[in-house]
Design a protein around this ligand. Structure first.
Ligand code: GSH
Length: 294
């Protein structure tokens, strides 16, 4: 457990002042102020839906949802997926900020009507698409509420898993026992919440695959199947057998396989599709799809 010798002493000043040198790995993108840093319009493609994103777990939720909608035959879900390189500050362009004032991916622009509709926050985007296409959201009020409860559970939990556990275990300049204990405790508790639910039901909200699964899967599959943060052993992810069963089943869905590739810039080249403008892009050689910066 925590001992005081693991803690770096810090005597906070009366008023916090932005020290740009102390931002660690994300020093170039972390800022205490909102708004654009530079003028640049976003590109616009031919499809009704324009997605500006990156294949982090929050981004993958949306590309899986869009690929699932297309797999169901919803032609109106055709989309252009543009790459937003957050480590290079693309999320602070004037164009991006006009679609998401919070400067975080994913951001969606629905251009199917007379006036484009902006949608930001991955949970809001999933709900917007589910309602627009009447899919992956139960109609029955009780089941719908259960689905939305899990959706919002995920939205509330992600900062503990990613910003808390992932940050202090994998990204912080040094390993500190106190925050790692704090967020490991919470991450394992979340895994147990999921495991106990999935011991009772096939999917999170019952028998059917819904936006609750689409929201949760990228985060929990990343740590349970893909060793994100190099933490599989540390978190003992194999012990959550129901989560493993659920994560594996969803990983095998063709739309999920496609959705994971969109806007991905790391990992094996064959799993990277930096931009997606057409279903046939998945068939084209990845190398041809690399943007000039690669
Ligand atoms: N609650 C937001 C979180 C989005 C988020 O944290 N996006 C990260 C990548 S996963 C991002 O864009 N970070 C860039 C930054 O913080 O500047 C959502 O679910 O949409």
């Amino acid at each position: 457990m925590t001992s005081s010798s693991n803690l770096t002493p810090y005597d906070p000043p009366r008023v916090w002042v932005w020290d740009q040198a102390s931002g660690g790995r994300f020093a170039n993108i972390n800022r205490p102020i909102a708004g654009p840093t530079h003028d640049k319009e976003l590109p616009r493609g031919q499809h009704p839906l324009q997605l500006y994103s990156l294949a982090t777990p929050n981004g993958v939720k949306v590309t899986i949802m869009l690929e699932e909608l297309l797999a169901l035959g919803h032609k109106g879900a055709e989309y252009d997926a543009w790459l937003i390189r957050i480590t290079e500050g693309d999320q602070f362009s004037s164009g991006f900020v006009s679609v998401n004032p919070n400067s975080k991916i994913p951001a969606l622009l629905d251009c199917s009507g007379p006036t484009p509709v902006r949608v930001f926050e991955s949970g809001s985007i999933l709900l917007y698409l589910a309602e627009k296409f009447d899919a992956f959201l139960p109609e029955d009020p009780v089941q719908r509420t259960e689905c939305l409860s899990w959706l919002f559970w995920q939205m509330g939990s992600a900062p503990y898993l990613g910003g808390g556990f992932g940050h202090f275990y994998a990204y912080a300049p040094s390993k500190m026992e106190y925050p790692i204990n704090r967020f490991t405790m919470e991450t394992k508790r979340l895994l147990d919440v999921l495991d106990q639910q999935l011991a009772e039901t096939a999917f999170l909200a019952g028998d059917d695959y819904t936006i609750a699964d689409i929201a949760c899967w990228p985060w929990f599959a990343n740590i349970c199947l893909y060793n994100q943060y190099d933490a599989s052993d540390f978190l003992d992810v194999k012990s959550y057998s129901h989560v493993q069963r659920w994560a594996q089943a969803i990983a095998e869905r063709p739309a999920v396989v496609r959705g994971r590739k969109v806007n991905r810039t790391s990992g094996p080249l064959e799993d990277q599709l930096h931009e997606r403008h057409d279903t046939s892009d998945f068939d084209t050689k990845t190398q041809d799809k690399l943007t000039p910066k690669e």
